[in-house]
Design a protein. Structure first.
Length: 382
């Protein structure tokens, strides 16, 4: 979702609009959701600092997984991670409107600048050259986990961490989506990383570039891109990594565009809307990253079984396994149903199983568990 501005009688009206993909028209379209009233002059952004951080927005249809710098200038809250950071615009020229007028693109907020309302606001000095989404508060994490594949000979696994499908414990589920990381410094060794993070930065390997554009030394895995990529994998959609013909930046589809393969793509880096793939695809830099670094693409079903009726007095958490966003181990990925069982505060089971029998004697179905997890993630995402 984004804010749209319309000029009427020298007043600028704001609307909340939703971007989507029309399968009938085979193109993107927007629809108004709510009228937000008349725009007030924006106050200048004070208290901006430069941070080592990752920032992302929810509800976008396109985004950027390969920012130019690890340093971000913005108005950051004090907390290490959360929601509420405001970033200055980064506006670049991107051709002309249909009427021949010059237009610009805000790489920070993913919206065009240059309509009549924008020009009038700039001339009045109320907003300067800033886009209609300039005051949108975004998600952030300071000092994110940075991981170099060369440092983990035993392999790394990165997943889109979803809420559990079943939870009988007092511990609340995660809100929305996090990024879960396993990392082993040595082959067959213990994990030195096994945790959830708001976002993760994968840095360039000395032995192999991350993606085709060798100038790009870091790829950010944040909740929106990880979830879009996961859903494309689950639905077996045609994935690819399309590079903009103008700026050579890898394109990232999000929202409805990540669910509907298409040929015409809109660059989130420079605003050019005439990039074409040979076949309809969902574009993501994570696809090329995975192809470059994956050593074993195979999956195996767990041969372990579990009967929850043996743990009637215990608390449980249950997830369906999901394919990793990135997997660099020489071993195959294990598929199944992941279960945590707690006896009081002590965790007595933490493993994946090929077959799990529920408390009522029926077999748990992995596909139904996965649907529940995805529904929870989308409902709790901000």
């Amino acid at each position: 979702m984004r804010i749209k501005r319309e000029l009427k009688n020298n007043l600028t009206y704001l609307y909340l609009v939703e971007e989507g993909y029309s399968t009938e028209k085979k193109r993107g379209e927007t629809r108004k959701i709510k009228e937000l009233g008349v725009e007030e002059p924006a106050k200048p952004l004070n208290g901006m600092t430069e941070e080592f951080a990752v920032v992302w927005a929810e509800g976008r249809t396109l985004g950027n997984a390969v920012p130019f710098s690890e340093r971000v200038i913005g108005q950051f809250p004090e907390e290490a991670s959360g929601s509420g950071v405001i970033l200055p615009c980064d506006i670049v020229p991107c051709g002309k409107f249909r009427n021949g007028a010059q237009r610009w693109w805000c790489r920070t907020h993913q919206v065009h600048w240059g309509i009549k309302a924008d020009l009038q606001q700039a001339a009045q000095g109320d907003r300067g050259i800033s886009c209609s989404n300039s005051t949108q508060r975004m998600h952030y994490t300071k000092n994110p986990l940075v991981i170099n594949p060369d440092d983990y000979l035993g392999g790394i696994g990165i997943w889109a961490a979803l809420p559990s499908a079943i939870n009988t414990t007092d511990e609340p589920d995660i809100d929305g989506v996090l990024i879960h990381v396993h990392a082993r410094p040595y082959s067959q060794g213990k994990k030195s990383i096994d945790n959830n993070y708001p976002a993760v930065v994968v840095t360039s390997s000395d032995s192999l570039p991350l993606i085709a554009n060798t100038l790009i030394k870091r790829v950010v895995i944040a909740p929106p891109s990880a979830l879009a990529y996961l859903e494309a994998l689950i639905e077996n959609l045609p994935l690819g990594t399309l590079y903009c013909h103008s700026c050579q930046h890898p394109h990232l589809d999000l929202g409805d565009f990540a669910k509907n393969p298409h040929k015409k793509h809109f660059c989130g880096n420079c605003g050019v809307d005439s990039n074409w793939s040979k076949e309809p695809i969902v574009s993501s830099p994570l696809y090329e990253l995975a192809n470059k670094l994956t050593k074993n693409p195979d999956f195996v079903e767990s041969d372990r079984t579990l009967d929850l009726r043996d743990y009637q007095d215990c608390q449980i958490k249950v997830w369906s396994s999901t394919p990793a966003v990135l997997w660099t181990s020489h071993l195959p990925q294990e598929m199944g149903i992941h279960v945590h069982i707690y006896q009081g505060k002590k965790k007595i089971v933490d493993d994946s199983f090929g077959k799990v029998t529920g408390f009522d004697g029926s077999s748990l179905e992995r596909e139904k568990l996965l649907t529940t997890m995805l529904d929870k993630a989308k409902k709790t995402a901000v």
